[in-house]
Ligand binder design. Structure first.
Ligand code: DOR
Length: 451
């Protein structure tokens, strides 16, 4: 597909001047309006640019370190109708991401060095860096441990059976023991399969009203607590992904207060959307008054089915508060593309997941506008903090390879399927107006997106 908005990591390095842009660098907490120069792909002194270098007016724009998504479903191999590595990377670039971590629940799953190498090879030509997460168990079957050491050598930045938790205590202990000393986290999808059996949305008054089977928060908490105990026992790193409950977050808060090697992320949808969206609400967690008029025509929309399910309003606000106070390290999208035939079905039969790469920044900016989050914290949680978890660094200091995003925080746009770079459009945000438009993404010194 040729679309001149997008570039690739294999393009020529860029030289340009961004004049008068607001530069926010969470590395040192700096926030200032200045010129930002890139010379042959490297951040440079503006005075060093050749005369006639391309100049972009940065007035009203924010420049920040490139975003890093710890949780992306690229669907290749196996489901390239929903997404490909190339289309997912373009969606990432359009969202300001310069790195995505591909989840291993593909078909076949990414559980061997050769399969990881296949994804990494295709990623080299993409519109962002593609990192890989290896499966914890062979075939993601939850029965035997995959060869984590070999996969780490082949480039795995972490391990996960995402879509499901590592099912048993013994297997989880074996995985953590294997990871001790490897400096790669076990990235856990914390959900007790037995407690979550047959549930399709969050348990609570809305599930009861809609007559849908509810998912109880203990399904998350029991695995969070098990894994924290195993991280203590083994000394291995634990990263809890897409936390969706206040109770799970509290357990992490306690673990971190004890100095344990536990990190976590939340998705934009778990901090901003609520279980009431399944009943047709389209109000953010911080807006909902409890008696908002819900659009019955939108109720049971399969695009609201996601795993873990959309939280109660109280839990969404607790997750957002956890992000604001630093307990939550990162925002991860859990970008989960699905084709219409898996979503335009009765709610209970819809495949769980929603896309998120192209709306993550905007959802965060909506929380900033609502004064639930400050801009620097949002940027840190999208860029340097997730990057650290996989051993990447980001810096806006001169001399560094340029890796950055430039966005207009105030411009507004309606989310529309026709303009999404993702090959899928399964998001309940379609039609919703959001703040924030990415104008430029530069990864490894190359322009990967420009609007
Ligand atoms: O909603 C989800 N979708 N949660 C997961 O854990 C997996 C993901 C997917 O692969 O579609």
């Amino acid at each position: 597909m040729s679309d001149e908005r997008f570039g690739r990591l294999t393009d020529a390095p860029v030289t340009l001047l961004l004049a008068g842009v607001r530069v926010i660098d969470p590395n040192d907490g700096s926030d200032s309006i200045r010129d930002l120069a890139v010379l042959d792909g490297f951040l440079a002194d503006p005075a060093a640019l050749p005369p006639g270098a391309q100049r972009l007016d940065g007035t009203g724009l924010v420049a920040a370190p490139g975003f890093c998504d710890l949780h992306t479903h690229l669907r290749e191999p196996g489901a390239d109708g929903a997404e490909t590595i190339a289309s997912g990377a373009r969606a990432a670039a359009r969202g300001g991401f310069t790195t995505v971590c591909a989840m291993p629940n593909t078909d076949p799953p990414l559980d061997t060095p050769a399969r990881l190498a296949w994804v990494l090879e295709r990623g080299r030509q993409a519109a962002c860096r593609v990192r890989v997460i290896g499966a914890v168990t062979t075939g993601r079957q939850g029965k035997t441990l995959a060869d984590l050491v070999e996969m780490a050598d082949a480039g795995a930045v972490g391990f996960s059976d995402d879509g499901a938790a590592v099912p048993s205590h013994d297997l989880a202990r074996a995985a953590f023991s294997c990871l001790t000393g490897l400096d790669r986290p076990l990235i856990e999808h914390a959900e007790d399969a037995l407690l979550a059996t047959a549930s399709v949305m969050r348990a609570g008054p809305t599930a009861t009203r809609l007559g849908l089977t509810g998912w109880v928060p203990d399904a998350e908490l029991s695995v969070v607590e098990r894994d924290i105990a195993l991280a203590v026992e083994t000394g291995a790193r634990l990263h809890l992904t897409h936390l969706s409950t206040a109770a799970g977050l509290e357990a992490v808060r306690r673990a971190r207060a004890r100095g344990l090697p536990v990190t976590c992320d939340v998705t934009p949808h778990h901090m901003a959307l609520t279980d009431e969206w399944v009943a047709g609400s389209r109000q953010f967690a911080w807006e909902a008054s409890g008696d908002d008029a819900q659009d019955v025509a939108r109720a049971f929309d399969g695009s609201c089915r996601v795993n873990p399910p959309l939280p109660s309003r109280e839990d969404a606000l607790a997750l957002l508060a956890g992000l604001a106070d630093g307990t939550v390290d990162a925002i991860a999208t859990d970008h989960a593309p699905h084709p219409p035939e898996r979503k335009l079905v009765p709610f209970e039969e819809a495949a769980p997941g929603m896309i998120g790469l192209e709306t993550a920044l905007s959802t965060g900016l909506a929380a900033v506008e609502a004064e639930r989050l400050d801009l620097a914290t949002l940027i840190g949680a999208l860029s340097i903090r997730p990057a650290e978890i996989i051993g990447e660094s980001r810096s806006l200091a001169p001399g560094q390879l340029a890796d950055l995003v430039v966005f207009d925080p105030l411009a507004r746009r309606r989310v529309e399927a026709a303009v999404l770079a993702s090959a899928s459009a399964n998001t309940p945000l379609l039609g919703v107006e959001l703040p924030g438009v990415v104008r430029l993404t530069v990864a490894e010194g190359r322009v990967t997106y420009r609007s």
